[in-house]
Design a binder for this molecule. Sequence first.
Ligand code: CP3
Length: 353
Amino acid sequence: MPEQPTLLERVCRGERGERVPIWIMRQAGRYLPEYRELRRHVDFLTATKTPEVAARITLQPIERYPLDAAILFSDIMTPLEAMGVAIDFSPGPVVREPVRTPAAARALRDLDPEEGTGYVLDALRIVRSELASDRALIAFAGAPFTLFCYLVEGAGSKDFMEARRFLQAEPTAAAHLLDILGASMARYLVAQASAGADVLMLFDSWAGLLGPDAYRRFVLPVLRRTVAAVREEVDRPFIYFANGGATLLEAAAEVGADVLGIDWTLPLSRVVARLGPTAVLQGNLDPAALFAPRDDLAAAVDAVLDEGSGAAGHVFNLGHGIHRTTDPDQVAFLVDRVRERSESIAPSSAPAR
Ligand code: CP3
């Protein structure tokens, strides 16, 4: 018999939930002392490539907090190695030979997820078997443009000027590169769903570098194909997060995801005003709010819940990844606050679970 869908899955699909589900971007990571302790003995790459270790780290925040989802401990750059790209982490990704020519773009191999990223699929299987059935397991991939940014630039950057130059100067090679990335990430997400992931997510961390016209021209078509390719194979709620996407909102809504992740710069009520009341949203507490005194943090949490109540569904999250200097006790307070407040304001007609 199939399991009942989790609260997160139901809310992602626009069904009424008994409360607002919560998980936290980068919830498995360096702000947790148990993560730092484990990382003393194993480097980042080895941790992501050893299924038992990746599964352990994925479950660390779940053991500490009553979160509604686990997100696999991995990185958006992880699958690129199996496409022929050598990557180091220090701590952000560094591409040993950046892709700067059409020939280099053509040399990229299509991803075969079973063969190239079997350790990711094994980690998902372990987590799903250990995770309570009422918690969702989220798998993710980098969105084509964000992966393109790292591949061309070679490392993190404020403005990814090399990547944006390549996009304009070599549009044919750029389109080819984006296509390979999109098709490969679609296969990667399908494989992750088959390995037990309940919810799929695309991180477009650098989408906000593009204006709406460039986004529509270079990025939106490949994103639409990526999501459609996944949907042809598996039926899973899909979250698309475009960081810095305030000016891209209407275009991002055309990607075809069930849920749009919103960064903290745009109040959720403004998103609903622009996209209409059928939008399902994820977000968007400022990660810096976790450094505020308790009363101010509580007020900020309540404001996000209030802002999100006009959407067809709201998944509570931060507006971007949690900062590594965050106090874990503040996170405990945040998670409890969201659970308590949203339970008390949930419509009484919501089905009990
Ligand atoms: O959310 C989670 O808990 C799952 C794990 C996860 C990591 N990276 C682990 C990680 C996820 C979802 C990512 C995605 C990711 N990686 C993104 C998209 C999300 C975003 O923040 O916009 C991006 C842009 C990357 C690239 C990346 N990887 C950067 C910029 C860095 C260094 C900066 C940082 O936050 O440390 C990494 C390394 C990385 N990925 C770490 C972790 C826990 C730190 C490595 C360490 O522990 O030394």
